[in-house]
Design a protein around this ligand. Structure first.
Ligand SMILES: C[S@@+](CC[C@H](N)C(=O)[O-])C[C@H]1O[C@@H](n2cnc3c(N)ncnc32)[C@H](O)[C@@H]1O
Length: 409
């Protein structure tokens, strides 16, 4: 609980119609989630039971209905010293963030873009829901090299596979989903013998070139029937040039490191999450940190007028670019840990009005099972009826905003 907020922050809250009482709530809940990824990969391990976790953390836990693997506990408990946490068997993630990830409706073959991914709590859960039985992948992007380093450490700790990370500006990032694990390729491979190289979907980078992808599903420039004989020095040079153009990921497992990065609508992402940079005013743990380390830093980092002025543009540009990289029929989640209308409803309203012919705001699935913060009054109430807000007073979560937008087929 925070006893005294600095006046600049109180002014910000007032300007943004945010109730300062959210920082005075006493009985907040801390949430953890079981890292099921661990058990996909290492069958000899079984997840810690509730009782084991209670003993390790030293407190009572409760299961969160409708959210697999989620447990709540009193906020004052810490998990850092708990063995299950140290071993990567559980991670901390707020329930509201969990609902955001669940709303992506992740399927095993989905290629998912996490456009502001660091430090990576949501990415952990995305990976968990993706599982390891399909051909799906995760592409994480963040502008901060330091934060993406943390994300890489998290990926290693939680044994997350098939994820690549890029340090890049999410407003202009333009690398499409990986094609290596594409189901089409799998089918072709199953028919016998075609793998992939850096230039196309086929393994034409060797002397036994036998590309079978002579169809409309292949971008391969060698789509002719004389592949063996036509494999001349100019195609080798092209291959090399193409490879050189690849934007190297900051981190990726071997199979994704040299993906051809094909720019073709078939490699747009199935799901995109834009967990946008924001003022973090809803994140009680974030605000609590500044109470300890000094409000001056908070004012400098988050309330500086230039940053606040540019923030709306940044959020709109992130949303627009995430949308451009989303497949028709795909789902985009826009979320922030701010409760400011300007950073939430206003951004979504602007977006929907500008994408009337291709975007639909959808109901968050199963949202009726959770307590929500009241909606704020908007000029465009009908248009925004499906956005949701969480807060510590009504939802027993951190402050969070969530919108789910579907791209028309
Ligand atoms: C709310 S945090 C994301 C939290 C993360 N999704 C998670 O669940 O752990 C916002 C992130 O956006 C990143 N960011 C800010 N501007 C960006 C930009 N232009 N492109 C990509 N990432 C950006 C920040 O570095 C920060 O890590």
């Amino acid at each position: 609980m925070i006893t005294k907020l600095p006046s600049a922050f109180l002014e910000f809250l007032q300007e943004n119609e945010i109730d300062p009482n959210i920082y005075t709530v006493k009985n907040m809940t801390r949430y953890v989630r079981i890292n099921t990824q661990y058990y996909h990969e290492f069958e000899e391990f079984s997840p810690p039971t509730q009782q084991e976790l209670e003993t390790q953390i030293g407190t009572k836990l409760w299961k969160v209905d409708g959210m697999d693997g989620f447990y709540g506990m009193d906020w004052k408990n810490k998990i850092n010293d708990c063995l299950a946490y140290k071993k990567g068997k559980i991670y901390g993630i707020d329930l509201s963030s969990g609902i955001a990830v669940k709303s992506l409706d992740i399927q095993p073959n989905d290629h998912i873009l996490d456009l502001c991914c660091a430090p990576g709590a949501k990415l952990c859960m995305i990976s968990d829901l993706l599982g390891i039985n399909g051909s799906g992948t995760i592409t994480g992007v963040d502008i901060s090299r330091t934060r993406i380093s943390t994300c890489k450490n998290i990926i290693k700790k939680y044994k997350i596979s098939r994820t690549r990370l890029f340090v890049a500006d999410g407003t202009i990032f333009n690398i499409f989903a990986p094609s290596f694990l594409d189901p089409i390729i799998k089918q072709v491979m199953a028919r016998g013998g075609v793998v992939m190289n850096n230039n196309c979907n086929c393994e034409n980078d060797n002397n036994n070139y036998n590309c079978e992808n002579n169809n409309n599903n292949c971008n391969c420039e060698n789509n002719n029937n004389n592949n063996d004989s036509n494999r001349n020095s100019s195609s080798i040079r092209k291959n090399r040039e193409q490879r050189e153009k690849l934007v190297k990921p900051f981190w990726a497992p071997k199979i994704l490191r040299t993906d051809p990065q094909i720019k073709d609508f078939r490699y747009l992402y199935d799901k995109v999450i834009v967990d946008a940079e924001c003022t973090h005013d809803g994140s009680i743990s974030h605000i609590l940190k500044y109470e300890k380390c000094g409000w001056d830093k908070f004012e400098k980092n988050f309330l500086n007028p230039e940053r606040l002025n540019n923030l709306g543009d940044l959020q709109r540009n992130l949303l627009n670019n995430g949308w451009a990289l989303l497949k028709p029929g795909g789902i985009l989640i826009y979320s922030t840990c701010s409760l400011s209308r300007k950073q939430n409803e206003d951004v979504i309203e602007w977006f929907l009005l500008n994408h009337k012919d291709e975007a639909k705001l959808e109901i968050i699935p199963d949202i009726e099972n959770f307590n929500l913060a009241p909606k704020i009054i908007n000029s465009n109430q009908d248009l925004l009826s499906n956005v949701v807000r969480f807060d510590p007073i009504h939802s027993n979560t951190s402050g969070f905003f969530l919108a789910r937008i579907r791209k028309f087929e």
